[in-house]
Design a protein around this ligand. Structure first.
Ligand code: GDP
Ligand code: MN
Length: 381
């Protein structure tokens, strides 16, 4: 679960990181009042989950309360990465001397929580890593010992933190690490961590992503969920008990089991296509869940064909087949579908699908090839 900047800062405040005060506003008038209370100049910032917000015009300076209202109105009218802006953070503007990037991430290839740091902060770290990889430090933490003084020292030296900021910087690294582990994060980043003209070191922007599987033990973070900011398809999937991740391709995939879903996506790629999503309808999926999965997959206008791959174990093939036929009849958008159902009650399933005139396949390779051909206009129904 991604947290907006102001929520991420709320968490970092618990770990005593140096933050500026801020107020939330949802209207231009609200932003004006916030600027009056906080004192000008202020920065007005869109609270969206998408990256690249600054570049999209979602972060603006204002020298007076009236200007704060005008900038707020402009930002509220923006669409950032396709989404509307509902919430603004108003916070005092500072005179930035230097911007650093400091983040912790669960790096699966290093099998370790890794500190990422760069003295070229402010811009996206992916861009720095691409254009100037030597400017980015990746420093893995020991999986059992966690953050040690020598880790802090390595990061401090890489960034050439000025002497008078070193103790504050050490406390920031410690606090960010404690926050990362404390909320079971996948990512906790500060960008920029800025030195100011008046000699302060401050967290100006922050982003935390919490591991979804850990949310049951963080009800306070779950309560920070902002449905207005999340993808409708992801909300629908969570409510239906479906694991869903949207991707960029054209082949919608409906699969039971995470491993089989990954394999299905690989085979779509091998057949020359690109999956539009990862979707695991889970074990014992009943037809309501199949119907929900269809709605979620087809809500993506890029989807040109759907590949359904079900291995019946606890899940009964005929139940899923009924679900597919019923749900398909209720859809307002029809796309070609290829169905592969094997395992428990596969024969019954095949009959149901045949009667409904659905294209079926026995092997997974064949199913993937048919789906890719169908997406390219090659004729499956
Ligand atoms: P992002 O684009 O979504 O990462 O938004 P940020 O909050 O990181 O702001 C983007 C950039 O705006 C920063 O890197 C700064 O260059 C600039 N910025 C943000 N806050 C301030 C501020 O208080 N003063 C000044 N001068 N610039 C700021
Ligand atoms: Mn930023």
């Amino acid at each position: 679960m991604k947290l907006q900047e102001f929520r991420s800062k709320e968490i970092l405040a618990r770990y005593e990181l140096p933050l500026l005060p801020g107020e939330i506003a949802t209207t231009a008038a609200g932003a004006r009042e916030a600027a009056e209370r906080l004192g000008v100049p202020v920065v007005v910032k869109a609270q969206v989950l998408a990256g690249g917000r600054g570049k999209a015009g979602g972060v603006k300076l204002a020298a007076t309360p009236d200007e704060a209202a005008a900038r707020a109105a402009e930002i509220l009218a923006l669409r950032i990465a396709g989404g509307a802006v509902h919430t603004l953070l108003v916070t005092p503007a500072v005179d930035i001397a230097h911007e650093y990037y400091l983040g912790l991430v669960l790096d699966r290839s290093a099998k370790a929580v890794t500190i990422i740091a760069s003295a070229e902060g402010g811009i996206e770290i992916e861009e720095v890593a691409r254009t100037n990889p030597a400017a980015v430090l990746r420093h893995a933490l020991h999986p059992l010992d966690g953050l040690q003084p020598h880790d802090v020292q390595a990061v401090t030296e890489f960034l050439a933190i000025p002497d008078h900021h070193r103790s504050t910087f050490a406390a920031i690294v410690e606090g960010l690490t404690a926050a990362f582990f404390g909320c079971d994060a996948e990512l906790a980043e500060i960008n920029p961590l800025a030195t100011t003209g008046d000699g302060r070191l401050l967290v100006l922007d922050a982003k935390i992503v919490v591991d979804d599987s850990a949310l049951p033990r963080h009800p306070d973070i779950e309560a920070m969920r902002d449905l207005a900011e999340e993808e409708p398809a992801e909300i629908a999937a969570r409510e239906a008990g479906i694991s869903f991740i949207k991707l960029e391709g054209t082949i919608g995939c409906m699969v039971n089991g995470a491993g089989l879903a990954m394999t299905t996506m690989d085979l779509v790629k091998l057949a020359g296509g690109e999956p539009a999503n990862f979707l695991d309808i889970g074990g014992g999926a009943r037809h309501e869940r199949v119907a929900a999965a269809f709605r979620i997959i087809l809500s993506d206008p890029n989807v040109k064909a759907v590949l359904i791959n079900i291995f019946g174990g606890i899940t009964r093939g005929d139940e899923v087949a009924h679900g597919i036929v019923e749900a398909r009849a209720a859809l307002d958008r029809q796309v070609p579908m290829v169905v592969r159902i094997v395992g428990t009650n596969a024969d019954e399933a095949a009959l149901i699908l045949e009667e409904a005139d659905l294209q079926t396949a026995y092997s997974l390779d064949e199913a993937a090839e048919l789906a890719v051909a169908a997406a390219e206009g090659g004729g499956a129904t």
